[in-house]
Write a protein that binds this ligand. Structure first.
Ligand SMILES: Nc1ncnc2c1ncn2[C@@H]1O[C@H](COP(=O)(O)OP(=O)(O)OP(=O)(O)O)[C@@H](O)[C@H]1O
Ligand SMILES: [Mg+2]
Length: 282
């Protein structure tokens, strides 16, 4: 829990953070790894970042060093209205990086709130309250780690997000399921969140020794054009080892190719944000 007082900037309401949802209904494509390490990289270059763990598996919480027994309050409590986001947010070992942890309780949420009118907007409301809370850190980015499904949890993330970041694994069936995901984004845009955009597609687990990886990169770039980030995340054993130490790879081994790729991705994300802001102001 955050208890230190962080005053909001003098004169007026503080700016709301940019909310990016890491979504892909396919399992094991790098959503959580990207939430943890993009979050760490953004914090390392001066942003104040909150990772919201919206997956009952709780891998983002574990990977950020939050043991299960330390999760007194969780995103389940936030989405049921039992706790505020500020009470739930915990510090991590990385300065300026925080996490709202999850527990297995979250897997029952969908049934519990299925009949509620505001069921798709629970996260959006909680983040709005957080942005207005003068006792909370002034987050500049919120990264929402989604479960591998297009369930109510992912819909909550999409309804709360400014934009979606889609991790795609460099494997044979990479594009399979992408059209379903894009259809869901379109449905959310029409019915719940007209401002929602696709921030970008990040290719993960690229293996340079494998021709297939290169073929997948070319196919995805051809299909999705400049929505695909320049940065490709390589398959790197340091990236997969880090979570078992409860550390982001940038803390575990800053020099490895995985860490360096996530730093490049963070600067690309910030560049796209600047370009989007300049377009909006023009
Ligand atoms: N760049 C990488 N290099 C090596 N291993 C990786 C890399 N990215 C992810 N992995 C490993 O691949 C597995 C799946 O990654 P991750 O958990 O991030 O995917 P996910 O999309 O969040 O999965 P789920 O759908 O189950 O939530 C993990 O064991 C992770 O450590
Ligand atoms: Mg995950």
């Amino acid at each position: 829990m955050i208890d230190q007082e962080t005053p909001s900037p003098a004169g007026g309401t503080p700016a709301a953070p940019r909310v990016l949802a890491l979504a892909n209904q396919k399992g094991g494509v790098g959503k959580t790894t990207t939430a943890i390490n993009l979050g760490t990289a953004l914090a390392a270059i001066g942003e104040t970042v909150l990772v919201v763990d919206l997956d009952p598996q709780g891998n983002a919480s574990t990977g950020l060093g939050i043991e299960r027994r330390a999760r007194n309050l969780s995103t389940y409590d936030v989405l049921t209205g039992e706790a505020s986001m500020r009470e739930t947010v915990m510090e991590t070992g990385v300065p300026q990086l925080y996490v709202a942890p999850s527990t297995l309780d979250l897997s029952g949420l969908e049934l519990e709130i299925a009949a509620e009118r505001d069921r798709a907007f629970r996260l959006r409301s909680a983040l709005k309250a957080l942005a207005a809370d003068s006792l909370a850190p002034r987050f500049t980015y919120v990264l929402v780690d989604c479960p591998p499904s297009l369930s109510l949890l992912t819909v909550n993330a999409m309804a709360a997000a400014d934009a979606i970041v889609v991790p795609l694994q460099c494997e044979f069936f990479a594009l399979e399921g992408l059209s379903q995901l894009l259809k869901t984004v379109e449905q959310v845009r029409v019915s719940l969140n007209p401002a929602l955009t696709i921030h970008g597609i990040v290719l993960t687990m690229y293996d340079g020794r494998n021709n297939l990886s290169e073929q997948v990169v070319q196919d995805v770039r051809q299909f999705m054009g400049d929505k695909v980030y320049e940065t490709v995340i390589p398959r790197n054993v340091r990236v997969s080892e880090a979570p078992s130490y409860g550390k982001p790879v940038l803390l575990y081994d800053l020099k490895c190719v995985g860490s360096q790729a996530y730093l490049r991705l963070a600067s690309e994300v910030i560049q796209r944000e600047r370009a989007a802001r300049a377009d909006a102001a023009a």
